[in-house]
Design a protein around this ligand. Sequence first.
Ligand code: COA
Length: 372
Amino acid sequence: MYQPAITATGVFVPPEAISNDDLVAAFNAYADRVNAENAAAIAAGEMAAIPHSSSEFIVKASGIENRYVMDRSGVLDPARMYPNLRQRSDDDPGIMAEMALAACTAALEKAGRQGDEVDLVICAASNMERAYPAVAIEIQKLLGAGGFAFDMNVACSSATFGIQAAADMIRSGSVRRALVVNPEITSGHLEWRDRDCHFIFGDVATATLIERQDDAAHGFIIRSTRCATEFSNAIRNNNGFLRRNRPDGMQDRRDMQFMQEGRKVFKEVLPLVCAHIGAHLTEESVPANSLKRLWLHQANKTMNDFIGRKVLGRDPEPGEQPNILQEFANTSSAGSIIAFDRFSDDLAPGEMGLICSFGAGYSVGSVIVERY
Ligand code: COA
């Protein structure tokens, strides 16, 4: 048995940003346009007018101030309201593989490693751009990595579930060095025309390099991982390969994009996550007060404040539970890894922290790490 460790992480930040004010201006222009087109139906009471969005609401309800995207122009075009991504030939690298490569390269550079030293690539994300071949195998080729690669999807929990899969394989000796990569093009499956959720997501890619502890001078020992799932329809996306086979499958349907019952998710996921982390710490005999940092999934600031208080049994000190969602929004599986990437270097050897992600499924994954 070998001791797995996170030895580096990397983040690819998309080149374009959208502030809340940009987003709200585009949404309101879209709403005005649709309302004008349907003025008669609205006046006759046959259709409700689309109300305006507001930056104040977004910050208050979520803590989000900004998001990065792969294409701003399509998202902010009131006649379009989704990204405009370049059509690529099958011989060009796919957009997910390209983002993933940038994040993986950043992680490998930090660790002083080459792509050919990697023998497992897991592409763990909330959506894949095609059914097959696996995006992970394309990334493996672009990296010049050996071994094998596969895709996995556990929505917002994909990173921690991927870390558990890779860590278990390293522990058993079936692989030596793994990259778990999370290219998230959430702008592609967000419904930008829905006021209740149009502000939630942003694009990014993160990569986590996992090796045997003995192979690297420093990093974070993966002391323990714990994953759990419980079926729920409260976050759902019905897009899939059977779409054209269904009578109205090819229509512009709301359920082909991200849907959620936000309040329900809030109420149901919080107790699930708090109980999960509590049980994980108890099982591993790690008292909560020995955790130096919580790197939580980045969906909602109030949610994170609540989890921090519940897990630590007190208000977290500034810096104990860093948020990055104000800059990145919810980047699905990547959020907790961005927080870890930005706020972990200052931990001293022996100090511990917990990475935790949660979301659709429902799913929750936690990773207890210790600096060495
Ligand atoms: N601008 C202005 N007002 C808005 C608005 C917007 N963009 N969106 C909604 N509102 C209004 C609603 O219509 C509602 O008005 P009403 O009270 O008159 O009915 C009011 O604001 C509150 O809406 P609600 O949807 O209940 O807000 P909320 O406080 O629950 O916040 C979320 C919404 C999505 C931020 C919050 O529920 C959340 O974060 N949930 C968990 C999300 C999550 O973790 N998802 C996981 C995804 S992976």
